[in-house]
Design a protein around this ligand. Structure first.
Ligand SMILES: [Fe+2]
Length: 186
């Protein structure tokens, strides 16, 4: 079977995986190698995917979502010195590095989730992701991404559902505030 490009093939594989199982450990285990294949075969990459958003700190380019917003795939282009606050996704997430080195900080939740709008986090893992490296999270996983290099970096982000449709959160480490986190998507 031939495919227009590796993204089309990737979407078909994502549909197959999520039709087979709803177990997030299994989904992540199977999607990771598929995402690594996509970032090695960049026949889909276009100049517009490097466009950034200086208000947000990064440009978010939607490559695919299903009509019900599931299986959302994005390329994110990160400005030097910028990144995200700690956040969750409200769904499973598989991130694969495309270009440049991105710092990923994983957090764990310390509070009992009984106070609305309040969350206490501590750093669980802090590492640098190279092209081809994977950062995978189940629903509820919290991380922050930072581009500490002097060039735009790119990564491929795949989610169980478009993250502007999951009611997910961002976290302020100083005030312990938890609030909604929506993105500007190209
Ligand atoms: Fe994220």
């Amino acid at each position: 079977m031939s495919h227009a490009n590796s993204i089309d093939h990737y979407i078909e594989e994502l549909r197959r995986v999520t039709a087979d199982t709803s177990d997030e450990d299994q989904i992540i285990a199977r999607v990771g190698p598929l995402a690594q294949h996509v970032v090695q075969h960049k026949d889909w990459l276009q100049p517009k995917h490097y466009e950034t958003d200086s208000d947000q700190g990064f440009g978010v380019h939607l490559l695919h979502e299903e009509p019900d917003h599931t299986l959302a795939v994005f390329i994110v282009a990160w400005l030097p010195g910028r990144g995200t606050p700690p956040h969750d996704h409200g769904t499973w997430a598989v991130v694969a590095g495309v270009e440049g080195v991105e710092r990923n900080i994983r957090y764990e939740r310390l509070d009992d989730r009984s106070r609305k709008g309040f969350a206490q986090l501590s750093v669980k893992h802090d590492f640098l992701a190279d092209p081809g490296d994977l950062v995978s999270m189940k629903t509820g996983g919290i991380h922050a991404v930072l581009n500490e290099t002097d060039r735009v970096t790119l990564s491929l982000h795949t989610y169980g559902k478009h993250i502007n449709h999951t009611n997910r959160s961002q976290f302020d480490l100083e005030s312990n505030a938890q609030k909604a986190y929506l993105l500007t998507v190209e």
